[in-house]
Design a protein around this ligand. Structure first.
Ligand code: ADP
Ligand code: ZN
Ligand code: MG
Length: 686
């Protein structure tokens, strides 16, 4: 017998009872006490600790996981129940779960040679099934009047694999029909998730790799779509069933999870060397740094300065804040470009996706059936309901770049409001109830409804997006392709770019710019100075005054724009790597806000036209009526049904809106996607 000194079980017990961390704490005894207090099922063991304690044992654990694990789990259970016998009344088994393996295998590198070895993988959870009960050990009854005996099947515990109904009765030896006796069988919680390569790990232009992972017992429901995870587990080769047609010769990998860690959503993954940090700080000293950054956004595109500025602002972003009552204010700066075809929108967006430290690029339709937010769909293979994360959830902690946003699915039109403001996506369907995080900056572009942008109409009229959604953007810019004096210079610029002749020592090359952005987002959280505050406040009050005092007069800007101004000022300060928002930062923010207000048709000097009219195209009194009508629709429709027009009319009369007007407004709101007609003359809020 080969020497396995000492007995692994004893060695493990010695480890948990004596191992001390660098501060001299017996960490595992502490964790075991927690397990006892909270009746927890798992003991998480850092593999590094195991290596420090006994290298041979640590190596053996990886080589013989399948043999060792049941032994260690039992040893741990005996140990805990000897400390507290009452533990056994509540918990019937415990698990030793190893994490922090020294090497992580990329999803691209998974091969069958790795099968049945304990390995660590990393990725983003994209899909999650509902929780099922998996049969571990069944008691079956032979449905044969001559037998009628019950028996246990299979005779060993199983993990992960699905048990098929027995075909032969072990008692009488005959075939027949067998029925499961649930109350005499053992089940465990069971859930399937799909993880996908992180966007920053996927080579550009390639499809991200995916891996199906099975979670059982207390690992179930520990992760949500959008989470970045590190999972230790065993790879298995799984035969893909051709649905209802038996086995096939196509195989795929599946992992049985052994431990799951959810990583923090900070930009810790971006590696910045000391050298690079020095370069970044040097760059920041340039008094023209903000303009150099803007000039470095898609340098091959001629002009479009304010668009590039908006993109730069979005990439750097403002500072998120948590209020004393716990509400979160987003720091993300959402930008929308609406423009004529061929005005380089897509090209600028592609650049933004390349330079953002963590970006998900998609089009309104979405590259998959999930779209922008999230969806619950049936899995084609298993028939399970799966919750799947869309682009905004996958981009959590980074930037979602959405081209042709006006083409988004109807479901997204509703959910994207919450995703952009509260930065969560709530979903409740088919027994899956979840709230996913979508703390992402939206940089998007859209094409005009009529093919070309028509200046005489408002913004809302020019793009097929609900007005309420437009108001979620901090900056909206319009690109109109009009031939003119600039053509000559633009032609030269394009021709030069194609000849590879754009060289400007002021342009920061893309890799450095990417690190600069990552560095600023991670390390710089500027505070508003009193001088900056004063300027922002004056501008806001001044603009509000221009609207006039009476309640009927239009509102030029709303508190939303003030919040946007704060974020924009912070973003400028971040570009300078400054901890404070200066007067100049605030002035620049006001300036770009003015350009935005002007492009959407507000005369900043006289205060003609108000932002609501521009966004929604309606004067405020009608808007108020619409808001009341939406409330009525919401109440009447409830959670599941829709509100009948007849009843809406009746309710509206009670608050003084006449039938004709109600009918007209309802029709208008339907066209504006404020409400949807789910069946004839029956509506729901959008
Ligand atoms: P859009 O998405 O707005 O329809 P694209 O990004 O597809 O437009 O641009 C079409 C082409 O025109 C691209 O090859 C782009 O480089 C070029 N182009 C348009 N405007 C400019 C510009 N201002 N400078 C350089 N190239 C431009
Ligand atoms: Zn039998
Ligand atoms: Mg395009």
């Amino acid at each position: 017998m080969s020497a396995i000194p000492p007995d692994p079980k004893d060695e493990f017990l010695l480890f948990i009872s004596t191992y001390k961390d660098s501060k001299g704490n017996t960490v595992y005894l502490k964790k075991i006490n927690e397990m006892i207090s909270y009746r927890k099922k798992s003991l998480y063991v850092d593999y590094n600790d195991l290596i420090l304690f006994d290298m041979t044992f640590a190596t053996l654990f990886i080589q013989k996981t399948n043999d060792l694990l049941p032994l260690l789990n039992n040893a741990l259970y005996e140990y805990i129940t000897s400390l507290d016998p009452s533990f056994a009344e509540d918990v019937d088994k415990v698990f030793v779960r190893i994490y922090n393996l020294p090497r992580t295998v990329t999803l691209r590198a998974i091969r069958s040679a790795l099968a049945n070895k304990l390995i660590a993988v990393e990725g983003i959870v994209t899909k999650m099934s509902d929780v099922k009960q998996r049969l571990v050990k069944g008691t079956f009854k032979h449905l044969d009047p001559n037998c009628n005996q019950e028996f246990v099947y299979p005779d060993q515990d199983t993990f992960g694999e699905l048990i098929e109904t027995p075909t032969v009765c072990p008692v009488c030896g005959k075939t027949g029909r067998f029925k499961l006796v649930p109350e005499k069988s053992t089940f465990v919680d069971y859930q399937r998730i799909i993880i996908q390569e992180k966007p920053e790990d996927t080579p550009s232009g390639q499809m991200p790799r995916k891996l199906e992972v099975v979670l059982e017992e207390d690992l179930v429901d520990t992760v949500r779509p959008g989470d970045r995870v590190k999972i230790v587990g065993m790879i298995e080769v799984k035969q893909e069933a051709l649905i209802k047609r038996g086995a096939s010769s196509v195989f795929s990998f599946q992992m049985k999870a052994h431990s799951v860690e959810v990583s923090q959503r900070v930009l810790e993954e971006v590696n910045i060397s000391e050298d690079e940090e020095l370069k970044i700080k040097q760059l920041a000293k340039d008094p023209w740094i903000i303009d150099r950054i803007i000039a470095s956004i898609a340098p091959e595109i001629y002009g479009r300065w304010e668009i590039k500025e908006a993109i730069a602002l979005s990439l750097f972003g403002g500072v998120p804040k948590t209020m004393p009552d716990g509400t979160r204010l987003r720091g993300d700066i959402h930008t929308l470009i609406i423009g004529d075809p061929g005005t380089a929108k897509s090209q600028i967006l592609q650049f933004a996706a390349k330079v953002a430290p963590r970006a998900v690029y998609t089009t309104g339709k979405g590259s998959t059936a999930v779209g922008l937010t999230a969806a619950v769909n049936r899995d084609k293979e298993t028939g399970d309901w799966m919750l799947e994360a869309g682009a905004l959830v996958l981009a959590d902690g980074g930037v979602a770049v959405i081209d042709e946003i006006e083409k988004m699915r109807d479901e997204d039109r509703v959910a994207i409001h919450e995703a952009m403001e509260q930065q969560t996506v709530s979903i409740a369907k088919a027994g899956i109830v979840a709230k996913l995080n979508s703390r992402a900056t939206v940089i998007s572009a859209g094409n005009p409804k009529f093919g070309r942008y028509i200046v005489e109409r408002g913004v809302a009229d020019n793009i097929n997006l609900p007005p309420s959604l437009l108001s979620r953007f901090d900056l909206i810019f319009i690109l109109i392709d009009k031939p003119g004096e600039e053509d000559d210079k633009m032609a030269d610029h394009i021709l030069d770019a194609h000849a590879g002749n754009i060289s400007d020592k002021n342009i920061i090359e893309i890799d450095l710019l990417k690190k600069y952005i990552a560095y600023a987002r991670k390390n710089v959280n500027p505070k508003i100075t009193p001088e900056a505050k004063k300027i922002l406040k004056e501008f806001f009050i001044d603009m509000r005054k221009k609207g006039g005092e009476s309640p009927e007069s239009p509102v030029i800007i709303t508190p939303r724009q003030l919040e946007a101004l704060i974020r924009l000022s912070e973003a400028y300060a971040r570009m300078r790597l400054s901890d404070t928002v200066s007067k100049e930062d605030a002035e620049r923010a006001i300036n770009i806000m003015r350009i935005f207000l002007q492009t959407v048709g507000i005369d900043v000097e006289t205060g003609k036209m108000d932002i609501d009219t521009i966004m929604t195209g309606k004067p405020s009194s009608i808007r108020e009526k619409m808001e009341r009508l939406i409330d009525i629709v919401r109440v009447l429709a409830g959670d599941t049904s829709c509100a009948r027009l007849k009843e809406i009319v009746k309710e509206a009369k009670n608050i003084g809106i006449e039938e004709n007007e109600t009918r007209r407004l309802i029709e208008q709101m339907r066209r504006d996607f404020l409400i949807v007609e789910t069946k004839e003359d029956c509506y729901r809020p959008a």
